[in-house]
Design a protein around this ligand. Structure first.
Ligand SMILES: NC(=O)c1ccc[n+]([C@@H]2O[C@H](COP(=O)([O-])OP(=O)(O)OC[C@H]3O[C@@H](n4cnc5c(N)ncnc54)[C@H](O)[C@@H]3O)[C@@H](O)[C@H]2O)c1
Length: 390
């Protein structure tokens, strides 16, 4: 057994609920000892709710030599300052997506982590879930042959959603950055790095608050950046993928991620979920749902809470904690996080200039070992062995 990694969570909003619960209960490699938030009352509430020993200020987290790993769960626009601060203080950092809101900031953080010999891991970690890992296994074992193309589609009413999730009104809140990133991350996990991007884009509409009784005094807002993107990605492998993100429509998701190969077609589930089914289509045969080959299927096994539909978020941080102890690269690495961001920024740049943009960064992501599951009976699971076995 590796020594536990002493960990603090910074940022105690919505997504911290599932992170704190999972980090505390599911991963024996993590010792979650403290929570912190800009507004201390929120951290106190989470500490009381989930039984965390200490509430700290952000300064105290940075200064405490016992804390090895900081989990950054603030809004995306606040990531750069917090990650830089924690790296400078000698901490490993796991951050929610996106790593930062600009590629320039992300490159600086990657260089800083390299210079200091520290790990910096980046969500989405849904790519380590049962759905995407099963899809990866199907590809790696040749079930659809050579992938020639694919489509990735997601739609939402992002401006309406920004009434509830107010951070979506700022940089990093457009549909491509907030949700499209799950589709980009999953494509990267399945197909490897992207060589070139070409895109068209359209901005978000100016939004008048719609919800009854909710902040009736609020001024209208416009989410920055392109909220609709139609793009083509050329992967280093040669695969061509059409990307369609529309945040200017309604909240009736028509998500789709399909890969076309020389011997079959793979329908990958919702990349925002850990347990979305993966199915295989062969000529002249009925479509067939594949059994999951991996654990982390998003099913709650400890005391149900209203946040359980967020699944096994935190698995990327736990995988990184094992990587820290074993001195090996982690899967949801800073290079993967940078590559995701570079693609999103390239879409914006291509839409603005009409030019095809070359992607400079590269990354590698090994699949997890198959055959370990979140539940193997009697309420026990062995999925953590797939993280521990490197
Ligand atoms: N809400 C979701 O459904 C969801 C899902 C997956 C990932 N995420 C990601 O998780 C992150 C947080 O999202 P959320 O929904 O929990 O946001 P949130 O607004 O609910 O919570 C963010 C928290 O961070 C605190 N905060 C803000 N700036 C800070 C700073 N500089 N230092 C310390 N604390 C600070 C805020 O006080 C708040 O408590 C984002 O990166 C988001 O993209 C959110």
């Amino acid at each position: 057994m590796e020594r536990k990694v002493t960990t603090a969570v910074v940022g105690c909003g919505m997504i911290s609920n599932i992170y704190i619960k999972n980090l505390k209960n599911l991963f024996s490699i993590i010792d979650l000892v403290a929570v912190a938030n800009r507004n201390r009352a929120a951290a106190e509430q989470k500490a009381a709710e989930y039984g965390i020993e200490r509430v700290m200020s952000i300064d105290e987290v940075a200064a405490d030599p016992a804390i090895e790993l900081v989990i950054c769960l603030t809004p995306a626009y606040a990531h750069y300052d917090l990650i830089k601060r924690m790296l400078e203080a000698g901490k490993h950092v796991w951050t929610e997506k996106t790593m930062t809101v600009t590629v320039e900031q992300a490159r600086e953080l990657v260089a800083l982590a390299d210079a200091k010999g520290l790990y910096l891991g980046v969500a989405p970690d849904t790519v380590l879930g049962a759905g995407t890992q099963t899809a990866r296994r199907a590809l790696d074992t040749g079930m659809i042959g050579e992938v020639s193309s694919g489509i990735a589609v997601i739609n939402r009413n992002q401006s309406l959603n920004a009434e509830v999730f107010t951070f979506l009104r700022g940089n990093g809140g457009s549909l491509p950055y907030d949700v499209g990133i799950y589709y980009i991350g999953t494509l990267l996990c399945l197909l490897g790095p992207v060589a070139q991007v070409h895109a068209f884009g359209a901005p978000a509409r100016r939004h008048e608050p719609e919800f009854l009784f909710r902040n009736a005094e609020e001024e209208p807002w416009t989410i920055p950046g392109s909220n609709v993107i139609s793009a083509s990605l050329r992967f280093v492998s040669g695969a061509l993928v059409s990307v369609h993100f529309d945040g200017n429509t309604v909240n009736a998701e028509q998500h789709s991620l399909t890969l076309f190969g020389s011997r079959g077609i793979l329908r990958v589930g919702d990349p925002d979920k850990f347990n979305s089914p993966v199915s295989l289509i062969y000529a002249g045969q009925p479509e067939c749902v594949l059994p999951f080959t991996h654990g982390y299927d998003g099913r709650n096994t400890v005391d149900a809470t209203p946040f359980d539909f967020y699944g096994h978020r935190g698995v990327g941080a736990a995988e990184m904690a094992y990587a820290i102890r074993q001195g090996r690269p982690n899967r949801c690495s800073k290079e993967y996080g940078l590559h995701c961001l570079e693609i999103l920024e390239a879409m914006e740049r291509s839409a603005a200039t009409g030019e095809t943009v070359a992607i400079e960064s590269r990354f590698e992501m090994k699949p997890l070992k198959p055959g370990y599951y979140s539940s193997v009976g009697f309420g026990r699971g062995d999925a953590e062995r797939s993280l521990a076995e490197g």
